[in-house]
Design a protein around this ligand. Structure first.
Ligand SMILES: NC(=O)c1ccc[n+]([C@@H]2O[C@H](COP(=O)([O-])OP(=O)(O)OC[C@H]3O[C@@H](n4cnc5c(N)ncnc54)[C@H](O)[C@@H]3O)[C@@H](O)[C@H]2O)c1
Length: 249
């Protein structure tokens, strides 16, 4: 119940899927959570659900690809709590993906602006507070697509791979301030963007794991909670796959 008690957390893309599971678990474990997203209704609904269970969360409309939205979201969390302990950069552009020849500049732009620049904007805004506190944990939600080749998704894959470098660089530069920065790499996780049972892609995903199944958002959230919490006080700069063993083969 208290693994992140009294900590202040921001989760981007927290209204749905993996981000939602992370918000709910952080709140259940005692954190105050700012849910930053562009899908207002599911975001607000989720916050109401957290409140009903006695947790503390607030929804904030923020398009992570806009620097000013990131600044406003971080400001909101600081105004209410005076600090930021946990930042989980989870939002990504998850539109239709293509191989190199079919990929458009627009697709590249969106992938880079949301996942990479979004992570950068939020991190840049949160870091000064973490430096002042001499403590902080940043969890970047990446993907096993940064670790293993996969079909028709060059812009998404390249962006996610860039996030691994971003994580290492941030961990190196801000480790001396006791700020930990880690990457989580989910494998096939059942969310609204995923193939479902009966689809060929779903079977292909299950067959590619060692555990023989897809994962669930809560299973990524448990790993995010660990990295966010003081239990991971000596863990920084790591890439943690949560992928049923996909990348272990
Ligand atoms: N589902 C998977 O199989 C899987 C696998 C590997 C990695 N991931 C990663 O996990 C993360 C979450 O994916 P998901 O499956 O939960 O998807 P999802 O669509 O369920 O959730 C993504 C959330 O991000 C929000 N979002 C999108 N663009 C945004 C923006 N510009 N500003 C703010 N919020 C924005 C959406 O509104 C949504 O709430 C992504 O980074 C994705 O790349 C997912």
């Amino acid at each position: 119940m208290n693994r992140v008690k009294e900590k202040v957390a921001i989760v981007t893309g927290g209204a749905n899927g993996i981000g939602k599971a992370i918000c709910e678990l952080l709140a259940e474990e005692g954190a105050w959570v700012l849910v930053a997203d562009i899908e207002d209704e599911p975001g607000r609904e989720m916050v109401r659900g957290i409140a009903k269970k006695g947790g503390r969360a607030e929804y904030f409309h923020a398009d992570v690809s806009r620097r000013e939205d990131a600044a406003a979201a971080v400001q909101k969390a600081v105004e209410q709590n005076g600090r930021i302990d946990i930042l989980c950069n989870n939002a990504a552009y998850l539109g239709k993906s293509h191989a190199i020849l079919e990929s458009t500049d627009q697709e590249w732009d969106k992938c880079i602006k949301v996942a990479l620049m979004g992570t950068h904007y939020f991190t840049k805004e949160a870091l000064p507070y973490m430096i002042r506190q001499k403590k902080g944990s940043i969890v970047n939600v990446v993907s096993i697509q940064a670790l293993a080749g996969m079909m028709t998704s060059v812009a998404y894959t390249a962006t996610k791979a860039a996030l691994l470098g971003y994580t290492l660089s941030a961990a190196y530069d801000y480790g001396p301030h006791n700020i930990r920065v880690n990457s989580l790499c989910p494998g096939p996780i059942q969310t609204r963007i995923s193939a479902g049972p009966g689809e060929a892609h779903y079977k292909w995903q299950c067959d590619n794991t060692v555990l023989g199944r897809v994962g669930y958002p809560e299973e990524v959230a448990w790993a995010a909670l660990f990295l966010a919490s003081d239990e991971a006080s000596y863990v920084t700069g790591v890439t943690l796959p949560v992928d049923g063993g996909w990348t272990s083969k």
